[in-house]
Design a protein around this ligand. Structure first.
Ligand code: FAD
Length: 158
């Protein structure tokens, strides 16, 4: 996902066409789009090194970390209130994730992939599938969802 994003009318967080969406591009592309001398310094990891606001990579990594960890600690047998709250969280998250094109695709995926909120393992698998959908789109390797607990709860088996 490189370059500017022309916001759709339905984007809940509108971005000005004149102002590139920083959280929709990686730091290096964003620096290039600004045509500043900082371009020379735009190597992977620089966004964090210089204390810059999140770019698409940092935002994505941090968000997946939160979502997978939240699912790992979700109750095995959630109450109906907890299930309702998780559904609401996911709906609101899909409206406010601060990368409009990412959020739009996620909302589209949600239409045919109802959140599995009735158990910890169901929710963990569901977020794994959601993440794999983005991996597929970005042509990254798919994660083996059978290993979700090793990655986000127990640590890798020896
Ligand atoms: P990430 O994909 O961030 O993954 C972090 C770690 O999670 C990995 O190191 C791996 O150990 C683990 N992991 C990988 N896959 C899975 C899985 N399926 N289940 C569990 N754990 C896994 N970026 C875009 O450029 N375009 C988009 O449209 C876009 N949409 C996004 C939508 C959402 C809802 C979110 C949260 C992020 C989105 N991103 C998008 C960001 C993108 O998914 C990555 O976070 C970003 O590219 C950084 O990738 P990364 O290779 O560092 O690892």
């Amino acid at each position: 996902m490189e370059g500017r994003h022309a916001p759709a009318d339905t984007d809940p967080i509108p971005t000005s066409p004149a102002k590139p969406c920083r959280t929709c591009v990686d730091f290096r592309s964003w620096m290039k789009s600004q045509r500043t001398r900082g371009e020379e310094a735009a190597r992977p990891g620089d966004a964090a090194k210089y204390g810059c606001p999140a770019d698409s990579l940092a935002l994505g990594r941090g968000t997946w970390r939160l979502l997978h960890t939240m699912a790992a600690y979700y109750p095995d047998q959630p109450s109906s209130q907890q299930q309702q709250d998780m559904r609401s969280f996911i709906t609101l998250f899909s409206k406010f994730y601060p990368c409009p094109p990412c959020a739009e695709d996620f909302r589209e995926w949600l239409k045919t992939n109802t959140p599995k909120v009735d158990s910890r393992s169901g929710l963990s698998q569901w977020f794994c599938e959601a993440h794999n959908e983005v991996n597929k789109k970005l042509q990254k390797p798919l994660f083996d969802c059978k290993r979700i607990n090793e990655r986000w709860l127990d640590g890798w088996a020896d």
